[in-house]
Ligand binder design. Sequence first.
Ligand code: AP5
Length: 214
Amino acid sequence: MNIVLFGAPGAGKGTQSALLVEKCEMFHISTGDLFREAIKNESALGVKAKSFMDQGKLVPDDVVVGMVEEVFEKVGDKDFILDGFPRTAAQAEALESMLSRHSKKIDRAVFLSVPSDLLLKRLTGRRLCKECGAVYHIQTKKPQKEGVCDLCQSSSLYQREDDREEVISTRLQAYENSTAPLVKYYKDKGQYVEIDGVGPSEEVFAQVKSVLVE
Ligand code: AP5
């Protein structure tokens, strides 16, 4: 089953995607992760994306769509998760033509619902591993050894530049303006499923998994 996983910044898309990859072996396409990788590699794409991301603004549609098209070639026969894409009406339309060119379809658009006060706590407390991208939280998901990644043992946990409070408000605004309208888009297509994203990650995951049955 192929899914779009969407929701506000900090709703838990990356966390749930990691569980889906681990437990259901799905192919994960995260546009945020792809941009962060491009920034780390100092590629032309990374330079272009960085200026938008650091300000909490959306990267222009043509840049995002071009990047996803390249990655889409690698999906093969696996079920896939689109995490953070589409994020605008134009991206949703571009996705439709991409899917039809590859003879694929979206089965569910899974929306993670989380109230905004909780989003702020999740985002400001998030830490990531610079080496492998694993996600932690200073209160709800501490690494076993302080400052050290459980998965790759590197001691390079960091805070995302766009997880500063002043940037978060711009991100939330971009979400309200451009992404929240996709709820109606996917409802109209009959693919929309809403999940309560509050509660322990494993409990949220149980709900996500339950909607992935035919
Ligand atoms: P992106 O990386 O996609 O950021 P986002 O959508 O803002 O989402 P986040 O990664 O912040 O949150 P998440 O929902 O994945 O939450 P997570 O699981 O990490 O995009 C970044 C930027 O790239 C954008 O602002 C834009 O500039 C650009 N971009 C990307 N895609 C684009 C597109 N399509 N178009 C244009 N521009 C694009 O969880 C957050 C924290 O909460 C973690 O610490 C986690 O441990 C904790 N947590 C998660 N779940 C739970 C739980 N159930 N209980 C307690 N804590 C939890």
